[in-house]
Ligand binder design. Structure first.
Ligand SMILES: [Zn+2]
Length: 115
C-alpha cells in the first residue's frame, strides 16, 4: 500500500499511487508549526480495506514526520509518498528557467586583478 501526502493548494508533483481509483482521506496532516496542510490520497481498494486502520498507521506516522521536518525548509516539498518503509519526496516541478542572477555576482578571476 502506498499513501501520498500532497500539500493543499498544490498540484501533485508526481503520479499518484498506482490504482484504478483514488480516495482522498478526510483527515489531512497539519504541520504542527504553521498552516501548511497535506491531503492524503491512496488507492481506493486500500482505503476501504478493513485492515486500513492498522495497515496505515506506520504510513501516517512517517508522513507526519516528513511534513514536520519539511517545515524547516519552508515546505518546499509539496508531495510525499510512502510505502510504509521509506518516504519519497517529490520536488515541485521547477518554474521556467530564468537568467541566473548569481552569475553577475561572481568576482572576476583572481589572475585578472593581479595584472
Ligand atoms: Zn510548517
Amino acid at each position: 500500500m502506498i499513501i501520498a501526502a500532497i500539500r493543499s493548494g498544490t498540484d501533485p508533483a508526481a503520479p499518484l499511487p498506482p490504482a484504478a481509483f483514488h480516495r482522498w482521506l478526510e483527515d489531512p496532516i497539519y504541520c504542527p508549526k504553521c498552516e501548511a496542510t497535506y491531503i492524503l490520497v491512496l488507492g481506493y481498494d486500500d482505503a476501504i480495506s478493513r485492515h486500513f486502520a492498522n495497515d496505515s498507521r506506520r504510513h501516517l506516522q512517517m508522513l507526519r514526520k516528513a511534513v514536520m521536518l519539511g517545515h524547516s525548509t519552508d515546505h518546499r516539498i509539496s508531495h510525499f509518498e510512502t510505502n510504509g518503509v521509506v518516504v519519497t519526496s517529490h520536488a515541485t516541478p521547477k518554474p521556467p528557467p530564468t537568467p541566473n542572477p548569481a552569475a553577475t555576482l561572481t568576482a572576476p578571476p583572481l589572475t585578472n586583478r593581479i595584472q
